[in-house]
Design a protein around this ligand. Structure first.
Ligand SMILES: C[S@@+](CC[C@H](N)C(=O)[O-])C[C@H]1O[C@@H](n2cnc3c(N)ncnc32)[C@H](O)[C@@H]1O
Length: 403
């Protein structure tokens, strides 16, 4: 039998790809390149596959090979922009996406990627036009409307944000995760009741997208200080930095908090919802074990397993802290200690802010801790970080099981 024509192989690969059989698609794209090494579509589609697997570096490599062969192809330019955004290289993603759109103005995905990149760069006003364009091109799709709602919220247009979030919700009947995110955004805008917690899928997506930029932004522009402040309060409360404790870093993120906890820990475990944050934490090399889970699901199986349980800038994704405090109390060994931060609110036990995080009244947190069998060993009012140039007020707690 004569060898299959590369074009036919490419089409078969694209069909397998569309059907979700990524292993077969990859095999077929690679066969194309064996027969025709400069087939740009095969390089480009391998880039798309790599991006779907979360391999942003691989996606860029393949897409750049495609562009080296066909530098003007708008689809390849758009995919390079998407891969740059995925890798957290937003300032480079923006011109790449603009170059793609100059050649193909009706590319709704490139418009949405451009809007989201501009919004993440802090220019929500510039994000509005591309996101409105994307929403107009795909009037039945919830994704561009949800992105538009976020950009309008960032730009200070709460009413417009609520209108776009409601429109996204109306179109999300077949997409429960997007519907949950639209409802949560509506709650943060005051247009729906606040749920007990942020949806886990929302938190996972948020931090998966943020992971490649998290540390640079938090320690730079946002002047994030919570891990160091929490470690200092632990020391003030008499916890020795003697590398003796079995420590658990809840919502460990990329490991900024783990680095501050390490001097206390004989064994350090981390837990997080976001696989990309965990991948960054793994690279840091300071954790003995890392777990991908929701803290409320994971903690109940670890009775009395830790001497120190910490959560830096994590409990602000939960509204009702009762279940989390009870679960933390259950995971502490006798003589153990818990340490965490909350964003400080006044009056209501918890309130969901427009920034889509919860604030907690410290007096109510102390009462919930008591109810969970934890006594307050130390407490401190602090500035956790900056947000849009303003300080974020917080409270730190160190708690011990009651005697
Ligand atoms: C702002 S980051 C803080 C990361 C780290 N603790 C630090 O101080 O740099 C919040 C982290 O908490 C994680 N997170 C939020 N809610 C969570 C939950 N219910 N279970 C597990 N992880 C959660 C997020 O995925 C994110 O990585």
């Amino acid at each position: 039998m004569p060898p299959e024509d590369p074009q036919a192989l490419l089409q078969r690969g694209a069909a397998r790809h569309a059907a979700g059989d990524v292993a077969a698609a990859e095999r077929l794209y690679r066969q194309v390149l064996k027969r025709r090494p400069d087939e740009p579509n095969a390089h480009n589609l391998l880039g798309v596959l790599a991006r779907q697997r979360g391999d942003a570096a691989g996606a860029l490599r393949h897409t750049e090979r495609a562009l080296a062969i066909a530098p003007e192809e708008p689809v390849f330019l758009a995919n390079r922009g998407a891969a740059l955004a995925e890798a957290g290289r937003l300032a480079e993603a923006v011109p790449a996406l603009r170059a793609a759109l100059a050649r193909r103005p009706g590319d709704a995905v490139a418009l949405r990627n451009l809007g989201q990149a501009l919004c993440a760069l802090g220019d929500a006003a510039a994000a509005l036009a591309p996101l409105e364009g994307a929403a107009a091109l795909l009037p039945a799709a919830p994704e561009p409307l949800l992105a538009l709602a976020h950009a309008r919220r960032e730009a200070g247009d709460a009413a417009g944000a609520a209108q776009a979030a409601k429109a996204a919700l109306d179109r999300a009947a077949a997409a429960p995760v997007l519907a949950g995110q639209a409802r949560f955004l509506l709650a943060a805008l005051g247009a729906a009741p606040a749920p007990d917690r942020a949806p886990a899928a929302y938190v996972r997506d948020l931090f998966d997208q943020f992971a490649p930029r998290f540390e640079a932004e938090l320690t730079g522009r946002l002047d994030y200080r919570t891990p160091a402040l929490l470690a200092a309060l632990l020391a003030d409360a008499g916890v020795a930095a003697a590398r003796r404790l079995r420590a658990l870093d809840l919502g460990c993120g990329t490991g900024l908090s783990g680095a501050a906890l390490a001097p206390f820990a004989r064994r350090l475990e981390g837990l997080d919802l976001s696989p990309r944050m965990l991948a960054e934490a793994r690279r840091r090399g300071i954790y003995d074990a890392l777990h991908e889970s929701d803290l409320l699901d994971w903690l109940p199986g670890r009775a009395a397993a830790f001497d120190l349980v910490a959560a830096a800038d994590v409990l602000n994704y939960l509204g009702d802290l009762g279940p989390a405090l009870a679960a933390i109390a259950g995971a502490l060994a006798p003589g153990g200690v818990a340490a965490f931060s909350v964003e400080a609110g006044v009056g209501a036990p918890f309130a969901l802010g427009e920034a889509m995080r919860y604030r907690h009244d410290p007096a109510h947190v102390a009462a919930l801790a008591e109810a969970a069998g934890l006594a307050v060993a130390a407490r401190q009012a602090v500035v956790l970080r900056q947000e849009k140039g303003a300080p974020v007020a917080g409270a730190l707690f160190v708690l011990r099981p009651r005697g």
